[in-house]
Design a binder for this molecule. Sequence first.
Ligand code: ASP
Length: 599
Amino acid sequence: MDEATLRTAHAGLLSSEDIGNQVRVAGWVATRRDHGGVLFVDLRDASGIVQVVINPEEQPDLDDVTHALRDEFCISVLGSVRARPEGTINPDLATGEIEIGASEITVLSPADPLPFQIDDRADVDEMRRLEFRYLDLRRPRMAANLLARSRALQAMRSTLADDGFLEVETPTLVKSTPEGARDFLVPSRLRRGSFYALPQSPQLFKQLLMVGGVERYYQIARCYRDEDFRSDRQVEFTQLDLEGAFWGQDQVLAALEPVIAAVVKALRGLDLETPFPRMSHADALARYGTDKPDIRFGMELVELSEVFSATEFKAFSGAVEAGGLIAGINGGGLGLSRAGLDGLVERAQALGAKGLVWMVVEDDGSLRSPVAKFLSDAELGGIKERLGAAVGDTLLIVADSPPTTRAVLGGLRIDLGQPEGHDELQFLWVTDFPVFEVTGEGRLVAAHHPFTAPVDVAEMENHPEDAISRAYDLVLNGTELGSGSERIHDPETQARVFRVLGISDTEAKERFGWFMRGLRYGTPPHAGFAVGIDRIIAILQNEPNIREVIPFPKTQTGLDPLTGTPGPVDDAQLAELGIDLRPEVKAALEEEAGGFETE
Ligand code: ASP
């Protein structure tokens, strides 16, 4: 069988110019409609849809096959292209002016009854869609997402190749790469008791490529992170990973902007304005309450602590004395009822605040609020002035620890102001991230990863909590698209960072000795970045989650409903690897499998 015997034309590309031609098309039965014995089939292939008309009076020998046709059968049709009769032209369809009068139909493959309708309008349970992903991918929306993904990758590759980047693959069976998540482990059969890890990113390999004299590296890299269930994350995902030797932050951002612009051009047909705006991490927190601000709208946080420096209102004075932060946002004319305002208080509490003060500007300019009576006229005036309050506006104020005040107001700002969807695109670089974060248990962890260069190494040792790094993020409409940094390129600084992180020299040598040794051989200063490919495509396609743009995704709990993975393996396979399941794990598996067989 070859294509010429199955088709001579692509369904979606036929037009009135083909009228009178004999063509053969092949594809799937998207819909069938019987109009008084005449069958209308929408035949779909990758290029689109064309209407096929089977008239039993004209073609009595097609009767049997016509009766057998069901949705999603794969068929080949011979027929002649003709103009649709007056009044039946479909302006919504690219091929809506024509149809094919069938003279021969061959069923290439029948299809079982479908688990769901192949139709963008059908609301299908996601587990079911993933279980039958190959059918789900036939839906126009999914086909469009696959096409967009392919175009985005193409745009990335060609822009970077033109800019002198080398595409280099790095291994997937590696020694652990610390990006802050758990590793997936792969047991070795040849060295029983030893394990590979799957890479959380190619971080250390790309740095060693810089040592290896590759001055500009990129890769469309698969990364694996064994994280607890988090919405819109995948245990395996794809990054555009890149690195440049002799580079600092400015060169990385300048190299990335045309790549992002090319992707946006390919998917949206838009010319992005570059360079993208930049904002320091500290400013982002102060103005938007988050390190990934959505700058499509204002409603910025305004610091109010000064207004209340001598306040008698206990909730505010207490917060100021405890080193807290009082800040507010002007939510604009929300027009909320009392219940609506109470809802905002509850939301603020869910975001971590002890409380939320709301104020509504009345027609006479006075402030209506449950706490107004505790505040002086000067304080009320100060609030109005700082928040630029106009009649009808709702003002929201939080007094708490600085991180809580920012997180709560930042969250409310998103709830109240964030536009739906992603018609408008606002990219933003956030720079000057801290070197470390303090965990809930008071432990220091790398805010980006431990290979990121601190701005001042001595300062990092003396005041680790306040130390700034040369790390930067790319943000689009309030979503973090990726991160990068200037790297440490001398082993001594690297060892000092490890020490501050509580990683002893012995442990560092054991875990990263292979990498640190590489740094001893003339390492050029270098910097890089990684962009989450799934995420940028999802946003540009206006999809609500990244699973919609991943051909074969897993669920949020890391399950693949198509293949039923992860699943148990044979005892024999485990024995080869020198692995025994713990008795309690074995018992749980047996119970899950419906008990064990007794003979
Ligand atoms: N490896 C980092 C990450 O996966 C990106 C980078 O620093 O280049 O986030």
